[in-house]
Design a protein around this ligand. Structure first.
Ligand SMILES: [Zn+2]
Ligand SMILES: [Zn+2]
Length: 160
């Protein structure tokens, strides 16, 4: 009977361990959510202080520094987003249907207006007309099989 009781105690200990673990996880979860609320609240107070600062300059050098940094970071973020947009458009220029000149969405394989198959040069991303076997932009040979030259090729497709 001693062994059985020992085993029972062990199971009980394990269950206690597990529920202790669960309790710790619950406490951590609650702490983390309060921490993120605290951060949000600081951010809200900071934005409000910034608005007030614009109307009536604060004297505190740390606040002045912080608001200056906010301005610099915001400007840089806007600049980066513009660069991202520009390079995205550069990589995937608008596709114009060679059949009917309609501006098409990126990634279409057939023009939804006239049904022309849209082929894109994997090298220079120029639109290749259905009867063209070489890219009019860079002279790359375009394979005949449908699907060989697709919209949105990998950026560094090897020329073979
Ligand atoms: Zn078309
Ligand atoms: Zn080309």
């Amino acid at each position: 009977m001693g062994i059985l009781n020992g085993a029972r105690r062990l199971v009980g200990d394990l269950a206690g361990e597990a529920s202790k673990q669960a309790a710790i996880i619950q406490l951590q979860t609650e702490r983390d959510s309060l921490l993120s609320r605290l951060e949000e609240t600081y951010a809200r107070a900071g934005r409000r202080a910034e608005v007030m600062h614009r109307g009536r300059r604060f004297e505190d050098p740390e606040l002045v520094d912080a608001f200056k940094l906010v301005e610099t970071l915001t400007a840089r973020i806007v600049q980066l987003e513009e660069e991202m947009r520009a390079s995205r458009e550069d990589r995937d220029p608008n596709v114009i249907c060679p059949g009917c000149q309609k501006v098409l969405d990126r990634g279409v394989r057939f023009c939804p207006v006239c049904g022309t198959q849209i082929r894109i040069c994997p090298q220079c991303h120029a639109v290749v007309k259905p009867d063209e076997r070489f890219c009019p932009g860079c002279g790359t040979k375009i394979a005949d099989q449908p699907g060989a030259a697709q919209v949105d090729p990998p950026p560094s497709a090897p020329s073979s």
